[in-house]
Design a protein around this ligand. Structure first.
Ligand code: ZN
Length: 211
């Protein structure tokens, strides 16, 4: 089995060997593919208790290697209190099943840091598609979070992220994973092979320790 380097995609047609992000309703596992499952903050307003039940049922599937994407988006979705409530449901599930959490956070890093401090999770939290500044990056890393970067990334934050806290993702991008890896390695900067080896090593521990 070749472990993916791409921790988050919505384009499995282009990135079959990535961790595929799906909602509980979309989840229909195909052989040799791996998934993260969650209710996106943009769908928080329409999410029903049934969606949370479905999420719980499907999250323990062996091909589900992470919980999410979930999170808080101040620009879209339900009122913040409701988004936070749904997020806490995902955190509880991540802790119960011992699967890492993939987070979508927009203008809500303060709130996330508060929830992290209060809940003291043991599982890894990865902020996907991180677009904040270097100071916010450092605050999140100090709190124990990892950061993931894709086709568009803030250079200062990327360079402020220690190699062992850094992940890559295609998300909605059509660029091949190799190209994303090379772009991020050049901007960091470090040899592409160094970045690839670092991710490969952690991929096993963080996402595939039970497989
Ligand atoms: Zn996404």
């Amino acid at each position: 089995m070749t472990l993916p380097v791409d921790i988050h995609t919505h384009r499995p047609d282009l990135h079959p060997n990535a961790i595929i992000s799906v909602t509980p309703r979309e989840f229909a596992p195909e052989p040799h593919r791996y998934y993260s499952i969650g209710i996106h903050p943009w769908q928080s307003a329409e999410a029903t208790p049934h969606d949370m039940e479905l999420l719980e049922q499907m999250a323990s599937h062996p091909q589900v290697v992470a919980i999410g994407e979930c999170g808080i988006d101040r620009l879209k979705g339900a009122v913040i209190e409701h988004q936070a409530e749904i997020l806490v449901g995902h955190i509880d599930l991540s802790e119960k099943l011992q699967k890492p959490l993939i987070l979508h956070i927009v203008r809500a890093y303060d709130l996330l840091l508060g929830i992290h401090k209060k809940m003291r999770p043991r599982q890894k939290w990865i902020i996907h598609g991180f677009r904040g500044n270097a100071t916010t990056a450092r605050q999140l890393i100090d709190a124990g979070c990892d950061l993931s970067y894709g086709e568009k990334y803030p250079c200062a934050a990327l360079q402020a992220t220690p190699l062992d806290k850094l992940w890559i993702e295609s998300d909605e991008s059509t660029l091949p994973d190799d190209t994303l890896l090379t772009h991020i390695a050049e901007a960091y900067p470090c040899p592409t092979a160094t970045l690839q080896a670092s991710i490969a090593k952690r991929m096993k521990d963080v996402f595939f320790s039970k497989i």
